[in-house]
Design a protein around this ligand. Structure first.
Ligand SMILES: *Cc1c(COP(=O)(O)O)cnc(C)c1O
Length: 407
């Protein structure tokens, strides 16, 4: 991935030939900061303003009209904090650069981001959603319960084309999926979607491992709470997409209020600068732990994606609640993508809100545990897991199973 080049090169870098594309690792550190040197700054400023003074109300009226027409970010100060924020905009610019899209729009959480997408499409009379299970538990719930007036058809990736209707506004997949790490052929699904926008939840892969827009996804969603923030201290969501869709998302964000706080925007921009390093280091640890788990008689199936990543899920032959109870170094907690390692039982926590039959049908079994591998030493993590798994030979071990690379 070191050689991965991002799509757009910043217009501001006059010293670099226009054809040169900066590598992802470079964009991660510099995107969203292009103006800093010219302003005599090193760290990005934090703008906490909720309102922006102006003696020119005619000018403000024109800017508000322009925003109402296109949703384009106002030139100059944002009028009011719900229209936009310069610190948050830096994070949006940087994430769009990393995902290779024209724009990105940040929200108060991943769920606020998904809600805004559903509201944009619903407001156009396109309320039907085609989705592939498993999804993050709350995304599944939002669609199944129809909280925003949407109607969902669940299908597998091969069934997407047949599930489309004239009122289908969105196709939704997660790859690798939460929590089974099942992978979807994004290019094939994007093709099956035709003109219907494909939204890929890229939270688990991050743009370091996968850039869905390159495979035909129109919308790329992140729970930025996870890897983008990366330190377990920011709740946020973001949608990377083309400028036209971004305008509609900004209008919905303005009207419904799910804005990201500027301090969170600052922390996310800072998080992005170490994203490639964190994801690569944690992935190396996760791959090693996946191999050790697959070789362990106390463990059944182990799920680890082909594209890699820092998430591992595995089924235990014993009681999964005992494993959660016994960890000491690893933190027993929901969420993922932090510098420290977390473990949780999806059937009890992250996917509890999904109907039990639907959950099991999507491969989220009652013995499945989900591990989000952090940056600790892998032998220390293994020592903790080893202890938490309990005595060897304590379980009636059905035949040992090997690491399964999920499709
Ligand atoms: C956590 C998560 C979400 C929801 O994001 P929040 O920031 O918690 O609202 C959506 N998708 C995936 C894959 C997630 O892991």
């Amino acid at each position: 991935m070191d050689s991965a080049r991002t799509h757009t090169s910043p217009s501001a870098d006059a010293g670099t030939p226009a054809t040169h594309r900066r590598a992802l690792a470079t964009e991660a550190v510099h995107a969203g900061r292009d103006d800093l040197v010219g302003r005599g700054l090193h760290a990005p400023p934090i703008d906490l303003s909720t309102t922006y003074p102006s003696y020119d109300s005619r000018g403000e009226a024109a800017r508000i009209d322009a925003f109402a027409a296109t949703g384009a970010e106002p030139e100059g100060p944002p009028v009011y904090g719900r229209l936009g924020n310069p610190t948050v905009a830096r994070f949006e610019t940087a994430l769009a650069r990393l995902e290779g899209t024209g724009a990105a729009v940040a929200f108060a959480s991943g769920m606020a981001a998904l809600s805004a997408v559903l509201l944009v499409r619903g407001s156009m009379g396109l309320r039907h959603v085609v989705a592939v299970r498993p999804l993050y538990g709350c995304s599944d719930h939002l669609l199944t319960a129809g909280l925003l007036g949407s109607e969902v058809t669940w299908t597998d990736p091969a069934g997407v084309a047949d599930a489309l209707r004239p009122d289908t506004g969105l196709v939704l997949v997660e790859s690798p999926a939460n929590p089974t790490l099942a992978e979807t052929d994004l290019r094939a699904v994007a093709h099956a979607c035709g003109t219907v926008p494909l939204l890929v939840d890229n939270t688990f892969a991050t743009p370091v491992l996968q850039r869905p827009a390159e495979h035909g996804a129109r919308l790329v969603l992140h729970s930025a709470t996870k890897y983008l923030g990366g330190h377990g201290d920011v709740l946020a969501g973001v949608v990377a997409c083309d400028e036209e869709f971004a305008g509609r998302l900004r209008q919905v964000r303005f009207a419904t209020g799910g804005v990201l706080h500027p301090l969170a925007g600052y922390l996310l921009l800072r998080g992005l600068s170490t994203l490639p390093v964190r994801v690569r280091a944690a992935s190396a640890g996760a791959a090693e732990l996946a191999a050790r788990l697959a070789d362990d008689p106390r463990v059944g199936r182990v799920h680890y994606p082909r594209i890699g990543g820092a998430m591992v899920s595995f089924e235990v032959h014993g009681d999964p609640h005992d494993v959660v109870r016994r960890v000491r170094l690893i933190t027993p907690a929901v969420s993922l993508g932090s510098v420290d390692t977390l473990i949780q039982h999806p059937a009890s926590i992250s996917h509890r809100i999904v109907d039990a039959d639907d959950r099991r049908g999507a491969g989220v079994g009652d013995r499945l545990l989900r591990l989000s591998v952090g940056l600790e030493d892998v032998d220390d993590l293994w020592a903790d897991l080893d202890g938490a798994l309990g005595k060897r030979g304590n379980v009636a071990a059905p035949g040992r199973e090997t690491l399964s690379r999920t499709e």
